[in-house]
Design a protein. Structure first.
Length: 154
């Protein structure tokens, strides 16, 4: 099983991301088997620096939180989490916001923002076919729609 946590934060930047991406969410993390969260963030959480990191559950207070579970074979499941762990320590994609305007390819593996990281992991693992998505438009809301189409449950 692949578990993703889609959230909306309480701050203005979070609401801005959700509004700009025409969705209810501003961030997404993978939920690891031990309950910790793996994702890409632009801010430092405690002693955990920005970028792709593992953070404790409930590291922030959310205005809205939805967990989606995607049934996946053990092969897809292990490849999904293995890809994510290979990305640990990579920087946050600081060009992400400008990428929505400039056309940055979200499949480049040098840096990540949350939804592009998890979309790439789904594709690489085989749990999701290659997405036809404009190269600069994979948002948390778009990923939630993909998960729903793949049969994920809340």
């Amino acid at each position: 099983m692949i578990h993703l946590q889609f959230v909306l934060g309480t701050g203005l930047p979070s609401r801005g991301i959700a509004w700009f991406s025409a969705g209810h969410f501003s961030h997404v993390d993978a939920i690891l088997p031990d309950g910790s969260l793996l994702g890409a963030r632009s801010d430092q959480i405690g002693l955990v620096p920005p970028g792709v990191q593992i953070r404790p559950p409930y590291y922030e207070t959310w205005k809205e939180r939805v967990v989606m579970t995607l049934p996946a074979s053990s092969i897809y499941d292990s490849q999904f989490y293995a890809f994510l762990k290979l990305q640990l320590g990579k920087p946050y994609d600081k060009t992400a916001i400008w990428g929505f305007v400039s056309g940055r390819d979200w499949r480049e593996e040098d840096s990540w923002f949350c939804s592009e990281l998890l979309s790439a992991a789904l594709e690489v693992s085989g749990a999701c076919p290659n997405l036809y998505a404009p190269r600069n438009k994979i948002t948390p809301a778009a990923l939630a729609t993909v998960m729903s189409a793949l049969g994920a449950t809340c």
